[in-house]
Design a protein around this ligand. Structure first.
Ligand code: SF4
Ligand code: SF4
Length: 126
């Protein structure tokens, strides 16, 4: 991903404008029906890999609202595909290219974050 937003989020929407990849949308605009908090589109998140800190986490006032998820790369294609099918993600479907899963559209990620920390959805500390 990427990062993900948890149900600790207070829906202040402060992070939306900060994202350089327009990856964050408010609950009302989330691609999952009935979603109740601000949502990160993993197929767009670049983990702010070219910045010193993830900008969303830098502005977020809520401890535990933004956590790590797996890198959005081909190795985790099945992870995101099953998450999409299970309703955790709403991956965009491109008219001609199909679903923008990692194998079709990999994204930059922070190599410094371990897979263990990602799998545990550790807090993104900016
Ligand atoms: S800044 Fe934090 S609390 Fe506010 S909408 Fe974003 S994730 Fe939620
Ligand atoms: S880590 Fe960066 S690119 Fe990803 S959602 Fe946060 S601000 Fe956007």
């Amino acid at each position: 991903m990427a990062v993900m937003i948890t149900d600790s989020c207070i829906n202040c929407d402060s992070c939306i404008e900060e994202c350089p990849a327009t990856a964050i949308v408010s609950a009302d605009d989330a691609p999952i029906a009935g979603f109740e908090h601000t949502y990160v589109k993993p197929e767009k998140c670049i983990e702010c890999a070219d910045s010193t800190v993830p900008k969303c986490a830098d502005i977020c006032p809520t401890e535990g609202a933004i956590v790590w998820d797996m890198p959005y790369i081909a190795e985790f294609n099945d992870y995101y595909k099953s998450g999409h099918e299970g309703g955790n993600y709403g991956i965009r479907e491109h008219k001609s290219k199909g679903f923008m899963f990692p194998e079709n559209s990999p994204k930059p990620y922070r190599e410094s974050i371990s897979q263990e920390d990602r799998a545990a959805h550790k807090n993104v500390s900016a």
